[in-house]
Design a protein around this ligand. Sequence first.
Ligand code: PGA
Length: 268
Amino acid sequence: MGGGDIGIHKKVYFGTNTKMFKTPSEAVEHIRQLKELTRSISRNEIGLFVIPSYTSLHLAIPAAGDDILIGAQNMGWEERGQYTGEISPLMLQELGVRMVMIGHSERRHIFHETDLEEERKVKCAIDHGFHTLLCVGETQIQKEYGIGQEALSTQLKIGLHSVTAEEARRHLWVAYEPVWAIGTSGVPADEHYANKMHRMIKNTLIELFGCDIGNAIPVLYGGSVNNENAVKLVCQPEIDGLFIGRSAWDADNFDSIIRASLHALHTN
Ligand code: PGA
């Protein structure tokens, strides 16, 4: 997948991070509904994932079965140690978690995680065989000063510093989430701007891992995706999927976005 081809042969990724919003029972209900609603969509066509809170993971995994990949919202970079409040790769592995998100904008900006910390977490996640979703995005100020590209390239080059091309091919996904586009005060990125930034991300991935692998790593767009803009975004040639917050927390709405996106990709 990736590489800019649009059409029914391109696998499209749809995922949601439920942040600190759903209790375990709410998370399971959401996943059950989503699984049921999307039952008729071939998993060769879509990659579907949900990233609930740590406390929901043990229930979310059996509820999701093979239809929905379940990820963790963060992870510590050591297997064990004196890190009160952290969750290690061994703990996630024992629950059957297969995906980990690293460097979400809220981790970087509210909890002040640095690129060097993201690098350690990415390395640890990849060493433990997780699908690793690294989130990157420029701030409003960086955009205004015309250094969005530099900001993305810095986050990618530091965050992926210790990843080999083969590891990237097997384990790495990237989410482009401009900080100014995320959450209730976010303004969704225009699809052409998002497409341009995705191309820049892919160019950096090519620099790091070579052309074939750099182009094949899925790069998803996130930040105020909703029913109005999802189709325009997903139809852009460099956008390999949508990473959605609020608009995906209602399973019916998430299913409508997925179906509208697939319909548009098929008819384009
Ligand atoms: P949003 O969240 O869709 O609610 O803006 C996106 C995200 O934070 O991943």
